[in-house]
Design a protein around this ligand. Structure first.
Ligand code: DGY
Length: 323
């Protein structure tokens, strides 16, 4: 039964059960049990009369959509740390608060980054396929030899929370950590990592190049032909941030020629409609955007959305306000 005293919350995707339960207990929540991704027109129609929206990075809120959102809407909580799908300037201009979910997915995303790094370097996809397809005829000295990871130079583009968590893990593999970031970290956060004041200088020393920077217009298709040419021959590329940082034509050509030994990718431009050529590239270890996909992390992300909404509707500042 609708309860007029509770804020009306439009939830755009299906949520983990514990998060759904809490949303229903505190809000007059309309859910999306089918979990279908709504078009912009459907989002606008279903948002009608809502005080709040809980969305994911699968729903896009460019200025043209934000301008048409109902007058009643006061806050948009995204179930993601990334917020490139929301035009923050447009939201700010119309007085709409926006929150995201930092911190709680740092460790899970760093874990999947190491999985992609190792999966690519050690040819996990090829090994799995050989076994599953019944093509394994037995052990040999040269079979599926990959890139040795221990002791290599790891270049991290974007040394925020996730980049730093990747560095912590990579130190366990005795890797030398290099990084490029908008600004240099303080010594205690750097923990011995070597700062590069340009991405180009970082690329030149990256035996393994790991993208952990948020998507922004200035890094769209960052990894292109020219930048791939700066990497050491036989480098490994890892991306668990956003697909738009890679120009697929350039990476695919480099994987096919062997200029890049392997890539470990959890994110893709235009996902889930990935460039179909990736499906046939043996030296690509591919995952379907699973960085934050642990039960604990997804619950924590959902609870963080609700914490932000609860704070807002109680008249407090949402802890993760972007605007
Ligand atoms: C995030 O939190 O940004 C994840 O990539 C899911 O969108």
């Amino acid at each position: 039964m609708p309860n007029p005293s509770r804020p009306k919350l439009f939830v755009t995707r299906a949520l983990p059960p514990a998060v759904t339960e809490r949303a229903l207990s505190a809000y007059d929540a309309s859910l999306n049990e089918s979990d279908r991704v709504y078009s912009a027109a459907e989002l606008l129609e279903r948002a009608e009369g809502s005080d709040a929206i809980l969305c994911c990075s699968t729903e896009k809120f460019p200025a043209a959509v934000i301008e048409k959102l109902p007058e009643s809407l006061r806050i948009l909580a995204t179930f993601s740390v990334g917020f490139e799908h929301i035009d923050i300037a447009a939201a700010r201009a119309r007085g709409l608060r926006v929150t995201n979910t930092p911190d709680v997915l740092t460790e899970a995303t760093a874990d999947i980054t190491l999985l992609c790094l190792l999966g690519a370097a050690r040819r996990a996809h090829e090994g799995q396929s050989m076994l599953r397809d019944g093509r394994w005829v037995g052990w040999s000295t040269t079979q599926l030899t990959g890139v040795h990871v221990t002791g290599k130079r790891l270049g991290i583009l974007g040394m925020g929370r996730i980049g730093q968590a990747v560095a912590r893990r990579a130190r366990g593999f005795d890797m030398t950590i290099h990084y490029h970031n908008r600004s240099r970290l303080p010594a205690e956060k750097e923990a011995g990592a070597i700062y590069h004041d340009s991405a180009e200088s970082l690329l030149a020393v990256s035996d393994i190049f790991c993208i952990n920077a948020p998507a922004a217009p200035e890094n769209h298709h960052f990894l292109n032909d020219a930048r791939i040419a700066l990497l050491p021959p036989g480098a490994v590329v890892v991306n668990t941030a956003r697909g738009t940082l890679i120009q697929d034509d350039a990476l695919i050509a480099a994987l096919e020629s062997g200029r890049i030994a392997a890539a470990g990718l959890d994110v893709f431009e235009g996902e889930p409609n990935i460039d179909p050529r990736y499906r046939h590239i043996e030296n690509a270890f591919l995952l379907p955007h699973m960085g934050s996909a642990t039960v604990e992390t997804r619950d924590a992300m959902g609870f963080k959305c609700l914490d932000n909404l609860d704070a807002f509707f109680a008249g407090r500042e949402p802890p993760d306000a972007l605007c």
